[in-house]
Design a protein around this ligand. Structure first.
Ligand code: SF4
Length: 144
């Protein structure tokens, strides 16, 4: 399947083909860092951490076994147009969230910059990540 010219501006998320949907991911890897929720109702708080899924390459932000990820990590979830509304915790820079909220992509997005390194150069990757297997107390690694 092909990428239509500027498809992220001309097509809605439901109109995109699979190749275009996959190309929206900027590869930041932020969705592969653990979050946890504390409390209930109005007191509920979402915490972001720098604790990564064990499959994540901490340097590149890429999954080290993308094709087998659902088998190897039971809580890895495929992001689709049908479940996108449930992913309110996606980072504010995430292309799926931006388009779902009718916002434009950032200039550093590879679809616009034409360069995958622009994500790293723009400081979007999480620094000092650590794998889940190496963590004892999650509270030591909260970043937000
Ligand atoms: S947060 Fe969004 S853009 Fe970043 S890796 Fe995850 S799906 Fe891709």
């Amino acid at each position: 399947m092909q990428l239509s010219t500027n498809f992220w501006q001309t097509k809605s998320l439901t109109e995109m083909n699979e190749t275009e949907w996959e190309a929206l991911c900027d590869g930041c890897g932020k969705c592969c860092y653990r979050k946890f929720i504390e409390g209930r109702g109005k007191k509920q708080r979402l915490y972001f951490t720098r604790i990564a899924c064990n499959l994540l390459d901490l340097e590149t932000g890429k999954c080290r076994n993308y094709s087998q990820r659902f088998k190897l990590e039971s809580d890895c979830t495929k992001l689709t147009i049908r479940n996108l509304a449930d992913f309110k915790w996606l980072p504010k820079t995430c292309a799926y969230r931006l388009l779902y909220e009718n916002k434009p992509l950032f200039d550093w997005h590879p679809l616009i910059s034409g360069n995958f390194n622009s994500v790293k150069q723009a400081g979007i990757l999480i620094d000092n990540g650590i794998h889940e297997d190496d963590v004892i107390d999650w509270f030591d690694f909260i970043i937000e």
